[in-house]
Design a protein. Structure first.
Length: 95
């Protein structure tokens, strides 16, 4: 997961290859096609673990926080809001 997060952090634009790698990383291999996680904020939001809340800015900053645990959070920056949310959500899943 760490290598994928690093690739997402270095990405300068959405990419279907990254969407596929995310799908594999989260174990959702039953899909015929990967959701457009790196393009769509709605798709990226589905990566946020249950029990976590999230927010993002239009400049590509995002965070996820475990509900009721102010000290349990992950933040990120990405080239786009969707990429930033993907990064924060995958960090939270890996927490």
């Amino acid at each position: 997961m760490k290598d994928l997060i690093e690739r997402l952090e270095k990405a300068t634009a959405p990419a279907r290859e990254l969407d596929h790698l995310i799908t594999v990383a989260i174990g959702d291999t039953d899909r015929l096609a990967s959701p457009k996680y790196t393009t769509s904020v709605d798709a990226a939001a589905r990566l946020v673990p249950d029990g976590w809340i999230w927010d993002l800015t239009s400049t590509g900053c995002s965070w996820c926080m475990a509900t009721g645990h102010l000290n349990t959070h992950e933040s990120s920056q990405g080239a786009t809001p969707a990429l930033a949310l993907c990064i924060a959500a995958l960090k939270a899943r890996n927490h």
